[in-house]
Design a protein around this ligand. Structure first.
Ligand code: NAP
Length: 234
């Protein structure tokens, strides 16, 4: 068994592009999402909520039994539920923290065991530039995405001796369902991007593919912005 790549939130947007990238490389790609939708060519799909630790553990176990150790985990599943902090409900806060941060932790914890045993592997968390530039209305999202950086750096030191790397990719404004509701605000944001346009999911997938490859074997604990220069210097 040669191992496999798990991509969470693979049903659309950035996650689908990441899954397609690894499928094109001939990898066994295991896709997680709530809907269970996934790009053609995935080796397996699981319809689950990443905030449900038991469901995550069961799915990772099943994937390891069928395809061998997890070579790469891309913890990409995410949601937004924006609102000004003074009016943000407990549920609004909890939902965003539990999917974006708890879910990423549950997936990493479940996948790490087989990586440590195999003495190889790569974990990549999809964060955002939001915590680095501070987005009004996104206190929940920014807190969760900032949390991924601390999570990644602690894990990176825990598993470095087993040749497992842990890194963070921080996308800027990317053209997906998540940003489609921005409408004209998207043009205003694009005007603030030094490269002058919003990014495509494939722009993120390429960097994730690099981090998962042998070319990046000496990179761990890094935060890489893929944002057209929006948060330059983060
Ligand atoms: P998207 O188009 O809204 O897709 C979100 C993905 O996450 C879907 O596949 C969705 O699948 C899955 N998902 C959501 N909640 C889930 C849950 N509880 N359990 C399992 N899967 C879940 O978003 P995107 O723009 O591709 O964003 C992908 C990641 O990049 C997110 O972490 C996001 O925060 C981050 N990001 C995006 C941007 C951007 O500009 N688009 C910028 C910075 C960071 P189902 O609906 O099938 O469950």
């Amino acid at each position: 068994m040669s191992g496999h790549v798990i991509v969470t939130g693979a049903s659309r947007g950035i996650g689908a592009a990441i899954a397609e990238h690894f499928i094109a490389l001939g990898e066994n790609v295991v896709a997680f999402s709530r809907s269970g939708d996934a790009p053609t060519g995935c080796a397996a799909t699981f319809a689950l909520d990443v905030a449900d630790s038991r469901a995550v553990n069961d799915a990772v176990k099943a994937a390891v039994t069928e395809f061998g150790p997890v070579e790469t985990l891309v913890a990409n599943a995410g949601v937004t539920h924006d609102g000004l902090a003074m009016r943000m409900s407990d549920d609004q806060w909890r939902e965003v923290l539990s999917v974006n941060l708890d879910g990423a932790f549950y997936c990493a914890r479940a996948a790490m065991a087989s990586m440590v045993r195999a003495r190889r592997g790569s974990i990549i968390f999809i964060s955002s530039v939001s915590p680095f530039i501070g987005n009004p209305g996104q206190a929940n999202y920014s807190a969760a995405k900032a949390g991924l950086v601390g999570l990644a750096r602690s894990l990176a030191k825990e598993v470095a001796s087993r040749s497992v790397t842990v890194n963070v990719v921080a996308p800027g404004l990317i053209d997906t369902d998540m940003t489609s509701s921005l409408g004209e605000a998207s043009d205003a944001l694009a005007a603030m991007i030094p490269l002058g346009h919003i990014g495509q999911p494939a722009d993120i997938a390429g960097v994730v593919g690099f981090l998962a490859s042998n070319l990046a074997r000496y990179i761990t604990g890094a935060v890489i912005a893929v944002d057209g220069g929006l948060a330059m210097g983060l």
